[in-house]
Design a protein around this ligand. Structure first.
Ligand code: FMN
Length: 224
């Protein structure tokens, strides 16, 4: 039996005059250009309701067949944060000292990162971004999630932009492997951790960040 597709008029669409389009594109780029990955966090708490709204923004992302294969675990509990730090540092120590190929270590060198991850306890919030590899119907039957990694990546991008928009900073952290998050956060094996987003205020407004640049338009785009 085919389900009937229901349609609804597109809500809130606005077309802008060309000059206003240019202005809006410039303003948005200027704002996003200021986003930087921060690795030194203040312990200040995030005001009630802000994170929730940013997560709802993440949830507006497009996804394969609209299956919305994401789950965000928001960790504020100090004990759980310590457990995550311990497990992540264990993995990272092995990574930096044994597993990482020289080429990878060379690529990381300009960032000045090492196995120590104090921000996992200092930041007020850690968000474990989980990919639901498949869905499970109420009768226990599994169904495939299409393009789940791509979809969760897009949702995470929106989340990072939403956090930047409210004056919070974030660090995309990927201790490898990250399976320990399933155990500590008690998540099912149908979910795979994609990354751990560390969120909060910077330790100081002028906290140091690596002096790195972004590619030019010519380098990142081809117009045919
Ligand atoms: C998928 C992904 C994984 C990353 N993993 C880490 C990480 O484990 N540790 C870290 O310090 N930074 C990590 N980063 C942050 C990058 O190093 C950072 O985005 C990059 O250097 C550019 O800096 P910017 O975000 O300030 O523009 C990661 C970023 C991405 C997108």
């Amino acid at each position: 039996m085919t389900e009937t597709v229901r349609f609804t008029p597109l809500k809130g669409y606005r077309e802008y005059p060309a000059d206003e389009m240019g202005e809006r594109a410039r303003e948005f780029h200027e704002q996003m250009q200021l986003r930087r990955t921060v690795r030194d966090f203040s312990e200040r708490a995030i005001p009630e309701g802000v994170l929730e709204r940013c997560l709802l923004t993440a949830g507006t992302a497009p996804s394969g067949a609209n299956l919305q294969p994401w789950h965000f675990v928001v960790v504020r509990d100090a004990g759980i944060k310590s457990q995550i730090r311990r497990a992540a540092e264990e993995e990272e120590r092995v990574f930096y000292q044994e597993r990482a190929p020289k080429e990878w270590l060379d690529a990381l060198a300009p960032l000045g990162t090492d196995w120590r991850k104090p921000f996992l306890e200092e930041a007020p919030v850690l968000i474990a971004v989980m990919v639901q590899r498949y869905g499970v119907r109420p009768d226990g039957v599994r169904f495939k999630h299409y393009y789940s990694t791509e979809s969760v990546g897009l949702a995470t991008g929106l989340l990072i932009a939403a956090l930047h928009n409210v004056g919070l900073v974030s660090l995309t952290h990927t201790p490898s492997p990250m399976r320990f998050l399933n155990r500590i956060l008690d998540r099912p094996s149908s979910e795979r951790p994609l990354l751990l987003l560390v969120v909060g205020y910077p330790k100081r407004p002028d906290v140091p960040v690596p002096d790195i640049g972004k590619k030019t338009l010519e380098q990142i785009a081809t117009f045919i």
